[in-house]
Design a protein around this ligand. Structure first.
Ligand SMILES: NC(=O)c1ccc[n+]([C@@H]2O[C@H](COP(=O)([O-])OP(=O)(O)OC[C@H]3O[C@@H](n4cnc5c(N)ncnc54)[C@H](OP(=O)(O)O)[C@@H]3O)[C@@H](O)[C@H]2O)c1
Length: 248
């Protein structure tokens, strides 16, 4: 899809690689100035450099999404630098898989803090600036695992289902303020996260996907572009599955 995002400023958390990098690239190709965040300084700098060839004002900010104070500082720095924040894509996320009885408390906490508390922190920090302009597009990256469950991913599934409840509640809160809040639920997408899977597990998953292939970061990015564009201005509180039919 082609969206006109000229003059818009977007923050993409976890934009230094994988799906987030793909999303930032597509938003920048459509005219947005993208601020990407991540923890690894080197990877962030490389990804920001690549984006600058599309839109020179793009930048990277180092950020741990689970730390509210850091998130608030970055949101303020972005607003001070660009004078607006129009789009927030809450994409940063991790897995730490283990069957329930073997799952350590720390595995539960880390996944919930990054995937769910991170979305709360970033949305809370950025919504304040969107409210000033009475305009905003927030897109949260959930997962089909929120609906389907998956053995070994009780922490991840809970965090991603939490994002959906959060999306719907905040969509209602902000609906009259010109701000839409939606979620995208990807199926299995080719990134570092799925690269770590064993071949047998990968073959098993392929057999379950009606379209017979893993998704690409571009597949997810195009869905985000739509929800971030003015074409989607009457859509809020919605969850868009991008899964090749894995979840129907
Ligand atoms: N890949 C899939 O099949 C799939 C399917 C459904 C949903 N998803 C979701 O899509 C999102 C992106 O997945 P991906 O496959 O692209 O993952 P990925 O390749 O592992 O990239 C994750 C990104 O998040 C950043 N990040 C991780 N923890 C962070 C933290 N605490 N604070 C700030 N940034 C952090 C990483 O940067 P640093 O490591 O430098 O911090 C990186 O940029 C995740 O929310 C994931 O759950 C993925």
């Amino acid at each position: 899809m082609k969206g006109d995002l000229k003059g818009k400023v977007a923050i993409v958390t976890g934009g230094s690689r994988g799906i987030g990098q793909g999303i930032a690239t597509v938003l920048a190709q459509n005219g947005a100035t993208c601020v990407i965040t991540g923890r690894d300084e080197k990877r962030l700098a490389l990804a920001a450099q690549a984006l600058q060839s599309l839109e020179p004002a793009c930048r990277g900010f180092r950020l741990h999404v689970e730390k509210l104070q850091e998130v608030e500082e970055v949101a303020k720095a972005v607003f001070d630098a660009y004078g607006r924040i129009d789009i927030l894509v809450n994409n940063a996320g991790i897995t730490s898989d283990q069957l329930l009885l073997r799952m350590k408390e720390d595995q539960w906490d880390r996944v919930m803090e990054t995937n769910l508390k991170g979305v709360f922190n970033c949305t809370k920090a950025v919504a304040r600036y969107m409210l000033k302009k009475r305009y905003g597009r927030i897109v949260n990256i959930s997962s089909v695992i929120a609906f389907m469950g998956n053995p070994g991913q009780a922490n991840y599934a809970a965090s991603k289902a939490g994002i959906i409840g959060f999306t719907k509640a905040v969509a209602r809160e902000l609906a009259r303020k010109g701000i839409t809040v939606n979620a995208v639920a990807p199926g299995y997408i080719q990134t570092d996260m799925t690269e770590a899977m064993e071949q047998r597990a990968r073959d098993g998953i392929l057999a379950l996907i009606p379209q017979g292939r893993l998704g690409t970061v571009e597949d997810v990015a195009q869905a985000v572009l739509f929800l971030a564009s003015d074409a989607a201005s009457y859509i809020t509180g919605h969850v868009l599955n991008v899964s090749g039919g894995l979840y129907i």
